[in-house]
Ligand binder design. Structure first.
Ligand SMILES: *[C@@H]1O[C@H](CO)[C@@H](O)[C@H](O)[C@H]1NC(C)=O
Ligand SMILES: *[C@@H]1O[C@H](CO)[C@@H](O)[C@H](O)[C@H]1NC(C)=O
Length: 724
């Protein structure tokens, strides 16, 4: 999923997911070599190149209403799907029916905390370490009971069902229980990222007049700090945790624990008040790249249609699947994924990015991470995390060096060919061999049973996609969607191993390309039609809360009553009907002489320089050239300085040196040349920034994407200097 103007995708960033298992023990070397000689040599000799595979049609053109353009639909569904099965027209109905169908089957799992301890780091700081036990499961039937109790409890507590409830918490089982509970009373849920800043928190609660706030006990402090600005809040319900601090009074709020509310409802049930399809289920606040966050209004119909559509693209999804939940639920990608799991009757095990693997930051040494304990079959991820996994494995391989590295490289290349379909007979025996001696250990980091990965949030780099594909041994489904399209827009299919594309439209939506003349992207372009990506159909949301102007700007209703959302992304259709995102409308700037420069494209090219950790290109219509702010990769730069005999006091000092700037600039020029960029696209001047850009500093999103406006504002003077 790419993000729309105001809706970047969030991802855990503080978590270190280190997927680098030690995949070769010394003992296995001898046997491995023998096996390789015995099996690979004859295989190589007998392998033949397969003929060029026939193109499988995945999307087909379709005639639809609205603005002229080229529209595509999923090849499998002549009519758009709106529900997973008849009668499941709202989240409340879908949930109830699924719980009935799977009542004895395990549904939500949470790990038991065995021990919390602290170790001191090198710099006096203490680091929390957790020893977590097995997953404790509740069945669909049990969860349904809890949801019903909670729904009644809300009313008993005094919540006025005509007002909204906000959830402000990290991902956990109670998040989903509270969420579903609200729908049994037709209450609209406001969701807010746990990482959102105070202003945004106050804004979203105030704007929606939320009268009840449900939050994590550890976020209570943050809420208390701004309590005087939260005029509409009357009730606060907190999720218990093992170290909930004694709660003092906050304002005149009525504060209850989640369990207390459940108990109230259990003792005194209240009749349900069910919503209909077009009622607003969620107002989802997304951190914008500029200004205050916008609340996207999602109807029940939007969410169930996305669930229905995604069900059709995950092969054989069902009750035997186990899903690892750890991304933020306040984000549409994770929310949609969990709704899909409950639609399919799968089990959901909750973890966190900080405890995901055996070597994760918060996992006590020698104890198991969430994934190895859960052994999930399905998992969602975002590119930033997969990049980290890849780097972790590569680093481990490099450290081992020697035979282990050689073996890994042979195995990797062989599997890559097989995955690409270039070699016949490459599946079967040889696959077993490589799995046994090389990949099994890597896979065990994620539990060893992953059979399909969902990836969204941002475009996945092609080589990361291949790398993960080979190492995890499972296809990666790349999704494209936005909060405004309730995630559901496009999704790549399991048997499609091409890279860099996001698949055909999901069966709940059409995707249309509309020519953008000024930017030079036309549907008449050859060899592929190009244009702005416009999404229409059941998953397209009702618009921005309390912001009709902005809604009318980017949403249009056609003559048939279908809603279309203008994403601002530029895409092209491949001959098989798959979409590829190639640019972003607002990231294209016209220089003084009229050349268009695509900031994202150039930044991606410059990032291949070894000196670049982060880079922001800047261009404007008043100049003929562009400039760049570069956060250098510290280690690499310091190594260079050492070998070049340059002495410096600290990193900032090094970054300020003329020689350093010149060295990095040369490297950037080379990267630009390698990517065949034009001269005007290569930054004429650069400045090195010693301090990294982190989500905490507000300069990049949680998914590590640049926040241009914030960066431009913060480094205004530096940019001015570069143009001087
Ligand atoms: C809260 O909303 C009201 C309007 O509903 C507005 O007048 C007020 O300024 C807002 N307060 C904050 C702190 O955003
Ligand atoms: C659900 O609640 C909304 C907002 O309060 C209301 O407009 C709608 O009519 C309700 N739906 C039903 C079926 O009562």
């Amino acid at each position: 999923m790419a993000d729309s103007e105001g809706s970047p995708v969030s991802a855990p960033t503080t978590g270190q997911m280190d997927a680098s298992g030690s995949f070769l023990t010394d003992k296995s070397y001898g046997a491995a070599i023998a096996l390789i000689i015995a099996i690979v040599v004859p295989l190589v000799l007998s392998s033949m190149f397969a003929g060029k595979k026939k193109l499988k049609q995945r999307g087909v053109p379709v005639q639809v209403g609205g603005e002229a353009g080229l529209a595509m639909r999923n090849v499998r569904s002549e009519k758009l799907v709106d529900v997973p099965w008849e009668g499941a027209t709202t989240m409340a109905a879908l949930f109830e029916q699924s719980c009935k169908k799977h009542s004895q089957h395990r549904f939500l799992g949470t790990r038991k905390l065995i021990e919390r301890s602290f170790v001191s780091g090198s710099d006096e700081r203490k680091f929390e370490k957790l020893h977590l036990g097995e997953f404790q499961w509740e069945t669909y039937g049990q969860v349904f009971e809890r949801v019903s109790h909670f729904a009644s409890g809300l009313i008993q507590l005094g919540h006025d069902p005509d007002t909204r409830i906000a959830i402000f918490s990290d991902t956990r089982a109670e998040w989903l229980i509270a969420f579903e509970g609200c729908f049994r009373q037709n209450i609209t849920v406001v969701t807010i990222y746990a990482s959102l800043g105070d202003d945004a928190l106050v804004h979203s609660l105030n704007e929606t007049k939320a009268s009840t706030l449900i939050c994590d006990s550890k976020l209570l402090k943050k809420v208390a700090a701004v309590s005087s600005s939260l005029k509409t809040v009357e009730n606060v319900i907190y999720f218990e945790s093992d170290n909930t601090e004694a709660l003092t009074n906050i304002g005149d709020w009525k504060i209850s624990s989640f369990l207390e509310v459940e108990k109230m409802g259990q003792e005194t049930p209240v009749p349900v008040r069910l919503p209909i399809k077009k009622d607003v289920a969620v107002i989802m606040y997304t951190s914008g790249s500029t200004g205050l966050p916008k609340g996207v209004m999602m109807t029940h119909g939007n969410i169930v249609s996305t669930a229905a559509a995604v069900m059709t693209v995950i092969p054989n999804i069902g009750p035997n699947d186990v899903y690892m939940a750890y991304l933020p639920l306040a984000h549409i990608f994770e929310l949609a994924a969990e709704v899909v799991m409950l639609t399919a009757g799968s089990s959901i095990g909750y973890g966190s990015a900080l405890t995901l693997t055996d070597t994760s930051n918060k996992i006590k040494k020698g104890t198991m991470g969430d994934a190895s304990m859960l052994k999930p079959t399905l998992m969602a991820s975002v590119p930033a995390i997969l990049d980290r996994v890849r780097d972790g494995v590569v680093k481990k391989v490099e450290e081992k060096g020697g035979l282990a590295k050689k073996l890994f490289n042979i195995a990797f290349q062989r599997r890559l060919l097989a995955v690409d379909g270039s070699w016949l007979g490459a599946w079967g025996l040889e696959k077993l061999l490589w799995d046994a001696i090389v990949f099994k250990k890597i896979r065990s980091v994620l539990g060893g049973d992953i059979r399909f990965m969902l990836c969204g949030g941002a475009p996945l780099a092609p080589d990361t996609q291949k790398f993960i594909n080979v190492c995890v041994g499972a296809p990666i489904g790349q999704g494209y969607g936005l909060t405004e399209t309730c995630a559901g827009a496009a999704f790549s299919e399991a048997d499609d191993n091409s890279v860099g594309r996001v698949g055909p439209p999901l069966p709940c939506a059409y995707i249309k390309l509309v020519s953008w003349d000024e930017g030079g992207y036309l549907t008449s372009d050859k060899p592929m039609p190009r244009g702005e990506v416009v999404v229409g159909g059941y998953s397209v949301t009702a618009g921005y809360f309390n912001n009709e102007e902005k809604t009318n700007e980017v949403y249009k209703v056609d003559e048939n009553g279908m809603r279309w959302f203008y994403t601002g992304d530029i895409g092209r259709f491949h001959p098989d009907g798959c979409l590829e995102i190639i640019d972003r409308k607002k990231d294209i700037v016209k220089l003084q002489h009229g050349e268009y420069i695509s900031l994202g494209k150039v930044e991606a090219a410059l990032a291949s320089s070894k000196y670049v950790e982060n880079v922001m290109l800047h261009a404007d219509p008043f100049h003929t050239y562009c400039v760049a702010l570069v956060v250098p990769a510290r280690q690499v730069l310091e190594q260079w300085a050492q070998s070049a005999g340059i002495s410096f006091n600290d990193f900032a000092d090094l970054c300020g040196k003329k020689e350093t700037v010149s060295e990095v600039q040369q490297s950037l020029a080379k990267a630009a040349k390698d990517a065949k960029l034009d001269k005007f696209e290569t930054p004429a001047k650069i400045k090195l920034m010693a301090d990294p850009w982190t989500p905490e500093s507000g300069l990049v999103t949680a998914a590590l994407k640049l926040k241009r406006e914030q960066l431009k504002a913060k480094f205004k003077d530096d940019l001015l200097q570069l143009y001087a």
